[in-house]
Design a protein around this ligand. Structure first.
Ligand code: SF4
Ligand code: SF4
Length: 285
């Protein structure tokens, strides 16, 4: 199914950390997880125009339109983020619907300088029709077709979603928060059955670019848990690229401020477990 509009949070025109090479990154609004370690919590929910953020805006850039929706004056907004900080709903008044042709025009402007595009979030598979339409438009455009198309996902999507994306998607980065379903539920609010299925399925189709393991101290970073995860992933694909990421507090919601940051020595120990399991393509950040 085609979708001519997507719900956009933001774009970054050049990124070196969202997949291979230099990439244009599209952040879509809305997520089906509620991760304790989320660094962009304002991407989780849609704005319900409650109005809490209108008064605190120091530039008076926010107001109610004729349909009682909170809207922003882009010419006045200074991107100070105060509206995001006061929002009780993990949302933002700055997200917007964007037309497919408007987005491809922005990509076209920087296309000589990028190697591909990545759609992130939020959770991009929630807008799979729009992502499919965007990737299809890129693959069908003579000038843009050399760009690779990647998704950065929490993996919580069924085969029907991946089957729509696979014909136009070159690769995916998938987060695995925990192999243990109870730990996964504690960290994300959801079970991990679909995530594990996604990793297996994309590996079968040779579209699993990378699995990301975010280590959150005291939650999922015991040597035993990482060893079990490593064995499971190795069974899926011994040549898999794994990125081990240490938790940092930046951007995390105040109610999770007591979670400590990852200790570098402990991260080195966990990296050794992955290396010993047999992963050669291992990145630690
Ligand atoms: S961004 Fe948050 S605080 Fe502002 S109107 Fe929307 S839901 Fe309310
Ligand atoms: S980021 Fe939000 S609070 Fe800051 S100026 Fe823009 S609309 Fe106002």
């Amino acid at each position: 199914m085609k979708a001519a509009q997507g719900h956009l949070n933001d774009v970054i025109r050049f990124s070196a950390v969202d997949g291979p090479g230099n990439r244009f990154v599209v952040f879509l609004q809305g997520c089906n997880f509620n991760c304790i370690a989320c660094h962009n919590p304002y991407t989780i929910n849609d704005c319900d125009s409650c109005g809490v953020c209108v008064e605190p805006c120091p530039e008076m850039a926010l107001w109610f339109d004729g349909h009682h929706r909170v809207v922003v004056d882009d010419d006045v907004c200074t991107q100070c983020d105060i509206c995001i900080q006061v929002c009780p709903r993990d949302s933002t008044p700055l997200s917007q619907m964007i037309r497919l042709d408007s987005l491809t025009r922005q990509i076209d402007e920087v296309s000589p300088f990028i190697s591909g595009i990545t759609v992130s979030g939020g959770e991009p598979t929630l807008q799979a029709d729009f992502v499919t339409s965007l990737f299809s438009a890129i693959k069908c455009d003579g000038k843009l077709s050399r760009l690779t198309t990647f998704v950065d996902s929490n993996g919580h999507a069924g085969r029907d979603v991946w089957d729509r994306l696979l014909p136009v998607m070159d690769g995916a980065m998938i987060d695995l928060k925990a192999l243990d379903p109870d730990t996964h539920r504690e960290m994300t609010g959801s079970g991990n059955e679909l995530v594990l299925e996604t990793i297996r399925y994309l590996a079968e189709w040779d579209r699993l670019y990378e699995v990301r393991l975010l280590m959150v101290p005291g939650k999922n970073d015991s040597p035993e848990a990482v060893a079990a995860t490593a064995r499971w992933l190795y069974d899926v694909d011994p040549a898999m690229r794994v990125k081990l990421i240490g938790f940092r507090q930046h951007g995390v919601r105040p109610q999770f401020a007591d979670i400590p940051e990852a200790d570098p020595d402990h991260m080195a120990e966990l990296a050794d477990i992955l290396r010993t399991t047999g992963f050669a393509d291992l990145l630690v950040v």
